[in-house]
Ligand binder design. Structure first.
Ligand code: FRU
Length: 515
């Protein structure tokens, strides 16, 4: 490989990409542009990539299409932060420039090598247009390596393919390498659509991060409808009592909706189980969703320097119906960073990282509130830029549904986040949304939560999205919510009965510095 030439091509592709983002940013409308969620200043983003802590900064890369607000040839965008609260934009990190990544620098992960240098592993994508009856596209995907040249992770040198496309064994999709080190060896997992079109996760090992050996199929999804497992992730979690479990995560393509489950086009979740190096994964639970909202996909986790397991997800737009934000010069944002912890009862708690509290600038404590049947109470004139903490006392409430309308504005539009006593779930209902996709999502509550008679909600409301953390991370729901122009209130509401609120605080939040 003529390295000088390769680097020059890449540098030029990056300059073009920066100009593409800037052109879209120049005509951006901010009506729904997030204040405290990571988004590109212009262009489309999807999956979080390359999450890491390197030389004193947190780094978040993401799939970026710099030339439009739809998915397109993928690059890696980049932001970094010293404290996970205030972020700064970094130059676009990776662009298509080699034959093997000519149609996209797809998702992947970051590790710090034994020499202390940051490595990015990504999928180089080539799209082959088939001439068959249905003109189906076939993907030719290989796992590739890029090395950081500086401590700020601003300049990367591509090192080419490290795991070739296994033509005979996979149908077409083979992507999203996640790399980690354990007991002196490097491991990589890759999502695959097998030759029989089954969703699989493949395991590789390496001593030097460059030469990789196939170990085994770590996991095959039992559902024959599931043909591809995107963005696999695999890590151990230890509970306070010392128990250790392995968590296998993937974004499953092809699973059918079933009741409240799997309502999104594709659905991201995990199973908890056991694993010994080189063995296959033994699940001990069924598939659990990471997030029950309308807009969540392709999460990635990493381990912070303090051993916290932190996850970002992509708030993915609907695949059917309108995506009004695409008129605005940008599309897509990440969730807040979330800490994952294994609870005593063997379940995973998902809470916003504690740094998120530093976004609070002022607060108003309401204390106890009693709401009569069909009564409403405005608790914030402007929803956007707030975090609402509230505890509903279910034992003393009689309402069929009770909760909070957010982004409540003109023409009676709002998004409703409520406890629904008929199904005993937390609901995010967009029936009255001003714009964008509608429909509702309903997250379950554990029997312990229900018998405790309390529901604690922590709701983050940005300009165009909401995240609701239920009962200290028992479940999370992330959904877009596009209000009309003008103030969008937050209003308490009790339907067909009363609501007793034990405590309620409205925090005003500041932005994360990426406006
Ligand atoms: C998931 C995904 C990945 C792929 C990337 C391409 O959203 O399809 O599998 O690497 O997005 O942008």
């Amino acid at each position: 490989m003529d390295t000088d030439h390769v680097n020059k091509d890449h540098a030029q592709a990056l300059i073009r990409a920066e100009a593409g983002v800037a052109a879209l940013a120049a005509r951006r409308s901010d009506r729904w542009y997030p204040q405290f969620h990571i988004a590109s200043d212009g262009g489309w983003i999807n999956d979080p990539n390359g999450l890491c802590y390197y030389h004193g900064r947190w780094h978040v890369f993401y799939q970026l299409h710099p030339y439009g607000t739809q998915w397109g040839p993928m690059h890696w965008g980049h932001v970094s932060s010293e404290d996970m609260v205030t972020w700064r934009r970094e130059p676009v990190a990776l662009a298509p420039s080699l034959e093997q990544d000519r149609d996209g620098v797809f998702s992947g992960s970051a590790v710090i090598g034994d020499d202390g240098r940051l490595r990015l592993f990504y999928t180089g994508n080539i799209t082959i247009q088939q001439r068959g009856e249905n003109h189906a596209e076939e993907l030719y995907e290989a796992q590739m390596l890029a090395e950081a040249q500086d401590d700020d992770a601003r300049v990367f040198t591509k090192r080419g393919v490290v795991v070739a496309f296994p033509e005979d064994a996979v149908h077409s999709d083979f992507r999203d390498p996640k790399v980690w080190k354990q007991d002196g060896a490097w491991y990589m997992i890759v999502g695959a659509r097998s030759a029989r079109e089954r969703g699989q996760i493949w395991l590789y090992t390496s001593q030097d991060l460059v030469s990789w050996e196939f170990s085994r199929v770590l996991y095959e999804h039992p559902d024959p409808d599931v043909y591809m497992l995107e963005c696999p992730d695999f890590f151990a979690l230890r509970s306070d009592s010392g128990g250790m479990k392995w968590v296998l995560c993937f974004s499953a393509m092809g699973s059918k909706p079933c009741g409240f489950m799997n309502r999104n086009a594709n659905n991201a979740g995990y199973m908890i189980g056991t694993w010994e190096p080189h063995g296959c994964f033994h699940p001990e639970t069924g598939f659990r969703l990471w997030d029950w909202g309308h807009n969540f996909y392709a999460p990635q986790s990493f381990e912070g320097p303090d051993s916290r397991r932190i996850m970002y997800g992509w708030m993915s737009p609907e695949t059917s119906g309108p995506v009004p934000v695409q008129e605005d010069g940008w599309c897509g944002n990440l969730t807040l960073p979330r800490e994952l912890a294994l609870d005593k009862d063997g379940s995973i708690r998902i809470t916003p990282v504690k740094e998120t509290e530093a976004l609070r600038t002022s607060q108003y404590k309401f204390g106890k509130i009693s709401l009569g049947a069909e009564e409403q109470l405005i608790i914030a004139e402007e929803s956007a830029g707030t975090e609402i903490e509230m505890v509903i006392d279910l034992n003393s409430s009689t309402a069929e549904r009770c909760g909070l309308k957010v982004h409540a504005g003109g023409q009676g539009s709002y998004t409703y986040i409520a406890y629904d006593d008929q199904i005993q779930r937390i609901v995010v209902d967009r029936q009255a949304a001003a714009e964008g996709g509608r429909g509702y999502r309903a997250a379950p509550l554990s029997s312990e939560s229900l018998s405790s008679g309390r529901v604690a909600l922590r709701i983050f409301i940005d300009r165009g999205c909401v995240e609701a953390y239920i009962n200290n991370g028992e479940q999370v729901m992330s959904s877009f919510s596009y209000p009309v122009e003008g103030p969008g209130k937050s209003i308490l509401l009790a339907e067909r009965g009363t609501m007793e609120i034990e405590s309620l605080t409205v925090h005003r939040l500041r932005g994360i510095g990426l406006s």
